[in-house]
Design a protein around this ligand. Structure first.
Ligand SMILES: NC(=O)c1ccc[n+]([C@@H]2O[C@H](COP(=O)([O-])OP(=O)(O)OC[C@H]3O[C@@H](n4cnc5c(N)ncnc54)[C@H](O)[C@@H]3O)[C@@H](O)[C@H]2O)c1
Length: 254
């Protein structure tokens, strides 16, 4: 097992990619803290799925946008499982709109979760990962950090910020043996993407565009992203830090 004896927090793991990451990490031997700020039922379902397979997990209801919540989440990990080795900053939301359409409140909400959320959770987690002798932080960004698509100004900006924040963290905390990498998914059919296709006003056309972004002519399966996260979280990537791993089915090819 590739994460035997490790303790991991996966933020935003009540659905979609985070759920797949939490389940795979547990299968690979990690004790997992499942987290979400709103979808408590989904978070508890992820825990139940892990336990059904014989894994170890707890759910912590917390917002990554709130420093006190992040402190509580990290404390729960350490109180329950004894330490913390891995943090996957996966929680995210997507608010549609260009600069003209977005309100200041929407801009702030996007930044508070998709960018500041990484800051808050990492700030709480780093002292504990340091105490454990080092570990791995994986920040889930997006292909939209590089490729702007219409009406996603705040989302693209937050995801681009997440990449450079990852590099800064990689540099600053190498001295504690903490590696930090960014993981950029392409199109994966999750509740977030489903809502995005509905909000586009032409579900089928948007689905076709996203499907054709991959050279395989399909969207990714959440487990495929989870395996990329597993590589970055495990000791197999011990010489990989400050890097950006794209898991996007060839989004930028052709
Ligand atoms: N699905 C895709 O195609 C795709 C592509 C690129 C990047 N991403 C990124 O992957 C990550 C996961 O997205 P997903 O597609 O699985 O979406 P999702 O909506 O299924 O999952 C998002 C998760 O984040 C949680 N969350 C939202 N705000 C939170 C907060 N303040 N505190 C804690 N948890 C919070 C939600 O409860 C949920 O568990 C996001 O960061 C998203 O931007 C997804």
């Amino acid at each position: 097992m590739r994460l035997q004896g490790k303790v991991a927090i996966v933020t935003g793991s009540s659905s979609g990619l985070g759920r797949a990451i939490a389940i795979l990490f547990a299968k690979e031997g990690a004790s997992v803290v499942v987290n979400a700020n709103k979808n408590v039922k989904g978070g508890e379902e992820t825990v139940a799925m892990i336990k059904k397979d014989g894994g170890k997990a707890i759910f912590v209801h917390a917002s990554v946008a709130k420093p006190a919540d992040c402190e509580r989440m990290v404390k729960a990990a350490v109180d329950t499982f004894g330490k913390l080795d891995i943090l996957v900053n996966n929680a995210g939301l997507e608010i549609r709109g260009g600069v003209m359409a977005l309100s200041e409140e929407q801009w702030d909400e996007m930044m508070s979760v998709d960018l500041k959320g990484i800051f808050c959770a990492s700030k709480a987690a780093i002292p504990e990962i340091k105490k454990a002798g080092g570990g791995s932080i994986v920040n889930v960004s997006s292909v939209l950090a590089f490729d702007a698509i219409p009406e996603r100004a705040a989302y693209c900006a937050a995801k681009a910020g997440a990449i450079h924040l990852s590099k800064s963290m990689a540099l600053d905390y190498a001295k504690y043996n903490i590696r930090t990498n960014a993981l950029c998914p392409g199109a994966f059919h999750t509740p977030l993407l489903e809502q995005s296709m509905i909000d586009s006003g032409d579900y089928e056309a948007t689905k076709k565009v996203l499907t054709n972004k991959s050279v395989f002519g399909r969207m990714g399966r959440p487990e495929e992203l989870a395996y990329a996260a597993l590589f970055l979280a495990s000791d197999e990537s011990s010489f990989v830090t400050g890097s950006v791993l794209q898991c996007d089915g060839g989004w930028f090819l052709g």
